[in-house]
Ligand binder design. Sequence first.
Ligand SMILES: Nc1nc2c(ncn2[C@@H]2O[C@H](COP(=O)(O)OP(=O)(O)OP(=O)(O)O)[C@@H](O)[C@H]2O)c(=O)[nH]1
Ligand SMILES: [Mg+2]
Length: 383
Amino acid sequence: MIMQTETEKQNTERSGKRFRLIVRSAEEAVRVIRDKLGDDARVLSVRQVGGEGLKRFISSPKLEVIAEVPLDNENESSSEMQLEDDRIVDTNSESDQQAVLPSKNTDLSEDQKDEKANHSLEVNSESENVRILSKAGFDRYLLREIQMWPTWKDIENKPLADALKEITIGLTDRFRAVNSQPVTEKIALIGAPGVGKTTTLCKLLAHEVFMNKNVPNVLKVENGNPNPDDALRIFCEVIGVTLFRESDSLPPASENNPLYLDFPGLSLSNLDDWVKTKDVLDELDVQTRVLVLHGSYDREILLRNIRSSKHLGATHFAITHFDELTNSTKLWPIIMRGELSPFCVCNGQNVTGDFSTNILNQLISRTFPEELYARGFTSYQRR
Ligand SMILES: Nc1nc2c(ncn2[C@@H]2O[C@H](COP(=O)(O)OP(=O)(O)OP(=O)(O)O)[C@@H](O)[C@H]2O)c(=O)[nH]1
Ligand SMILES: [Mg+2]
């Protein structure tokens, strides 16, 4: 990592001994300079250096730092350090950290202060997996949660392929630990306007009719708000399902005659609507209250939806527009809070398909981009 160049050697006599460091981040530079060159070393320049050829596309630039140690402060370990550092250069070839080097007086955390200089390699490989994941678009909240797992210390030092595997196992275990409430024969789809409630309902109906060979019924609830039903009405006609607008004439719901309820959108800015909906659901004795979440909404909005849904006693969640997500990582931390049980994931506009109740599979298959698996695989081949 630290190499003395010819030019730098020539400058030695004049002002001190100069070193060139190729590091991945500002933090690493500060640590290496302090640990290996001493407190009096001073930074002369910082420059970003990129990867070569194809590597440019998968690795981000490193930082090249020129530091100088005053002559009287030079210690004998500098030459020993050289051998060791050559090894580090060989091992660490990629980085995505782009930071500006802080001054050598930058405050270091207690952890950093305790680190031994020779430990920097482990620390770098630890952050390498994190960097690769964040660069691949991994949700930062999920990343933070994973870093708090008791197994993280193991995972962070593993080769990428093994780390991905361990993360998958960790996520699967946690997903399975999430409380899963049973689905009853009356199922209401509720949520904010336009999130895909009616589309999801149609998908569920088609599944009931064609796959489960059941005879479902539908109740369209107005609840004081208009709930246009053209598409739903036509769809019900096409698949032979009866659409009710009043609850009085409803046949009793049973396992083979489940009742699905379609509600108008509930505004996040009007909690009263959510509370009123709870009364309707209670009155109709609907136990399964599925909050429909638009998968493309950002974390804060999704959490707000979940909070609002508490006012109507939501039990499950369905995620729509899953097809529009670049990956599923944003959803993991929300799901792992365990406030609602998983119901289904919707993957498109096709009302006779594009949905799955195997949420775990859906989430896992969209957690890591292909590119990461490919990289993990390459790291195996190199071993
Ligand atoms: N890409 C994609 N589009 C979807 C998905 N689910 C629903 N949509 C589309 O989202 C739009 C709104 O869907 P609706 O089912 O009418 O939504 P809603 O929640 O019933 O809307 P309101 O009843 O008006 O509150 C439609 O254009 C659907 O085709 C999905 O999983 N993926
Ligand atoms: Mg609707």
